[in-house]
Design a protein around this ligand. Structure first.
Ligand code: SAM
Length: 316
């Protein structure tokens, strides 16, 4: 990985400059070698200021900062439905007893088992309350109709969707490649007068997305497409200002063709579930695809070793 090399005395200035330019990679350690400081950067060498040399060295991940965050809870609440996602059914029953009854807004409690399809839905077992998997979830002042038995929806991404939507400017053309029932697309179009092409392979998700578009007042336009992402990309010649890739386990399969649809200087929001070694590999693939990292956030913990990361990248 490329590191900017400067004499020790210039270390502080160099770090400030790299941070200002969005090139510093804070997930790796700054290294010291023979009176020089080596600062990890996400940029190809020719974009660095002249007073910095470049060296290619093995990066040292910063363990303490990247250690997976505490898993963000053993259950999610989607509208009036609580969805419990722990390994043991016995533990799920205990949690269900403590949720149901103590919160009147919860009408049903389901145990969510393994992920059961390409649509990222899970096997559900009713633990308390009444049968019924359709609900309306409120998020960032908007309403989203969701059928948890037929579509994927995670309320843990609410802040992330708000952050992404706040960075979109009026007039942008946005592509949301794995759009689900439309929470990214609709949140963006509610805030900005832009156009969002929202693609999903799950017919139920696209039907609900259409309802969700009508249920919310939007400044921009969301155009739903029922399609496999790869087919959509191969049929379209349009270039976008911004592309959202929220299929954390498989996004990499679509990375090169999606990047081809990004304008020069365009922004990609890329989501990945990874441990530190996986994150380093992902960064390499992203750099190889012609993307440079401009921001990284941990969205939530996933397991003892892994986090879900949000990577914001620019096409060079
Ligand atoms: N972005 C949405 C959200 O925040 O709720 C949904 C994200 S979910 C992790 C991934 C979505 O990708 C699912 O709705 C699934 O149906 C869709 N999907 C999976 N494979 C796909 C493919 N090859 N092409 C298009 N969509 C796909």
């Amino acid at each position: 990985m490329i590191h900017a090399k400067v004499p020790k005395e210039k270390g502080e200035t160099a770090l400030k400059d790299l941070k200002r330019m969005g090139l510093f990679c804070p997930e790796y350690r700054i290294l010291h070698s023979n009176g020089s400081i080596l600062i990890p950067v996400s940029s190809p060498a020719n974009r660095l200021p002249d007073y910095m040399e470049t060296v290619d060295v093995i990066p040292e991940p910063r363990r303490e900062k990247n250690y997976p965050r505490k898993h963000s809870g053993s259950f999610d609440v989607i509208g009036s439905i609580a969805v419990i996602k722990v390994k043991s059914m016995e533990r799920a029953v205990q949690i269900s007893e403590s949720i149901y009854g103590s919160n009147r807004a919860i009408t049903s409690v389901y145990y969510a088992g393994s992920v059961g399809s390409d649509f990222r839905t899970r096997h559900l077992t009713l633990l308390a309350g009444k049968e019924g998997t359709v609900t309306v979830h409120r998020e960032n002042g908007m309403r989203f109709k969701v059928d948890i038995s037929r579509v994927y929806f995670s309320p843990r991404l609410a802040t992330e969707r708000s952050i992404v939507a706040s960075s979109v400017q009026d007039g942008e053309q946005v592509l949301d490649l794995f759009a689900g029932v439309g929470p990214f697309s609709i949140t963006i179009a509610e805030k900005s007068k832009c156009t969002v092409d929202a693609v999903d392979i799950n017919p139920a998700a696209v039907e609900l997305m259409k309802e969700n578009i009508s249920m919310n007042r939007l400044r921009g336009e969301v155009r739903p497409f029922l399609s496999d992402a790869a087919d959509f990309l191969s049929r379209s010649s349009q270039k976008y200002d911004r592309i959202i890739m929220n299929l954390p386990m498989e996004s990499e399969k679509f990375l090169n063709s999606a990047t081809d649809h990004l304008k020069d200087g365009g922004i990609m929001h890329y989501y990945v579930i990874a441990d530190l070694a996986g994150l380093v590999d992902t960064m390499k693939s992203l750099n190889d695809a012609g993307l440079i990292l401009i921001n990284k956030r941990i969205v939530h913990g996933y397991s003892r070793e892994k986090n879900m990361y949000s990577l914001t990248l620019r096409r060079i």
